[in-house]
Design a protein. Sequence first.
Length: 202
Amino acid sequence: MRTATRLRIAAAGFAGLTAAAVALGTATSADARPPAGVRAWSLVDRSPGIVQPLALTVDGSLGSRRAAQEIRLAQQLYTFWNTGEQRHLDAAVDHGFRDNTLPAGRPQGPAGPAFASRAFRAAVPDLTCELSDLLITGDRITARLVFRGHFTGVFDGVAGRGQRVEFNAIDIQHVGATRITEDWHIEDNQTLLTQLGVLTAH
């Protein structure tokens, strides 16, 4: 199955999960639950320089503290992808982090995302990561991402000519007690490689 097709299937599954989730403000019991009228958006970290989700859905069964923690971890992780700054990755992932869809040649553990970010930025120095959709359900973070930039560097021996790059990705992150402990991810690599000029479009 082609990468673009797999991505469309993953996106369809994500849409189904989003439709099944409930608004944070509908939680009704226990002192850990948010008070009536509190919306998921009030839990978003608005600090300067931190990536903001464009759309947000939070499981109503989560307490406000846990929901805020998971939102914050997502924002830190995707701020890392948006900037390449290691401190955001360190704040988001556990030392024992495991990539369950590890691409060939990428190291396992927290070193993997750092390696991938450096490789991307060697080709696309102005790479940005848009957090288009963020879904918080239980101990899972699901995100739809859009990466953008310009191929002005070098990828696999091919020098860029400044061509525009834009591709999608879907992530599922498993959150432990304090940080992200493992993930699953799929990127639209066919679109990316075609835009970089190292794969011919069909």
